[in-house]
Design a protein around this ligand. Sequence first.
Ligand code: AMP
Length: 281
Amino acid sequence: MTTAPIVRTVEELRRHVRAWKAAGEMVGVVPTMGALHEGHLSLARRARKECERVITTIFVNPKQFNNPDDLKKYPRTEEADAALLATVPVDLIFAPQPEEVYPDGFITTVSVGGVSEPLEGRMRPGHFDGVATVVTKLFGMTMADRGYFGQKDWQQLQVVLRLVRDLNIPVHIVGCETIRETDGLAMSSRNVRLTPEGRAKAHVLYEAIMAAATDIRAGQSDRMAIREAAEAIRAAGFDRVEYIELRDAETLMPSDDPARARRMLAAAWLDGVRLIDNIPV
Ligand code: AMP
């Protein structure tokens, strides 16, 4: 299997994309931070089905890390990533160095209000500014027609949808389902940092929010169901439950409007690793 060319500069990236666009081809982009797994590949496969050309970007974006230790420990596995992408296959891998994305003098921040503020936004100050800035840049750099994002990062997906709407960015955003391990744990590049003992307990996060959602649909109060879920997660041996919240699926604000879709979102620490998950309710 031949691996896609790995391109490091915007200039070279644009050379490829211009030729594709001149031929009338539709370009899809799958932004990632690498350390790829089935979750990422499912996005790339969806893009492969819907677009003539597929770009996967691999960039560990320093601006979206609020914790320097997390940035330092973030897994980097470019060769393995390229081999996995060859199975899709994709047409091009854009893997720039930080200086290519943020050259000297870089001073612009894209900041989405409202939807960026609660939950992940509150727990990880600056995180969504980093995401919105890099996603805007990646759309500008790749000139993609379609952008593929995972529901695993539900709030991020809503931030990106708001961003393209508010700034008239001509990219159609496709939200793709969360891919899970067989025990239910949402796939994540950070899962490799779990100890074997932690990995064996990690599925409880998903199970607990699923049970809470079932109880709420059956008429139990939101508060009681969420409290029981938090207790189950702590009892399984997680270090800390950061939040479990039932929110409006689009605005991420508190909501008890039955006419609008709601989403349960959770973040919890296990083995010093921060795990997040979310499900419809
Ligand atoms: P990341 O490399 O973690 O920044 O993720 C890159 C993209 O892959 C984001 O749009 C994520 O939401 C998506 N993604 C990560 N994990 C999963 C998963 N388990 N299922 C579906 N999409 C995912």
